[in-house]
Design a protein around this ligand. Sequence first.
Ligand code: 4NP
Length: 157
Amino acid sequence: MNSTNKGVLFVCLGNICRSPLAEAIARHKFIQAGLDLPLASAGTGDWHVGHGADERACDVATRHGYSLATHNARQVAVADFDRYDWVLGMDRSNLQHLQQMRPAHSTARVGLMLELAGLDDPLEVPDPYFGDDDGFLAVLELLERAVDGLTERIVAS
Ligand code: 4NP
């Protein structure tokens, strides 16, 4: 059993690279682990609202058996802190934004994705947007490890 039923929101800056990849990987791995939870992703910024995922993220996802085909970027909202049990930022800047938005009454677990997944090196998922394809592959591999850790953590909670 696990103590979460409201699920997990993954948050990055643009909601077109890191957090949609985290969501897609979790969608895949949680099902394998028998976890049936709502999953979503959002960005702290609004530049890409309504856009699909970055083409480089789509390509690396497809090559590894995940799909970002239906992704529709959105911005994180105050109501998300009631809608989800876990609100996970990809880097410290995302987390700082989330902590500033978080309503005082919220019981959501808000933290760094990698830290809550039990990883501490690195502690942040690097932003691949201004880099090359290798950066997207590195992010995907890091997020696969992180989702494994998060799955264990949620199953045990
Ligand atoms: P993400 O990457 O936060 O992983 O989705 C980015 C996407 C877009 C921008 C920055 C980071 N941007 O500056 O538009």
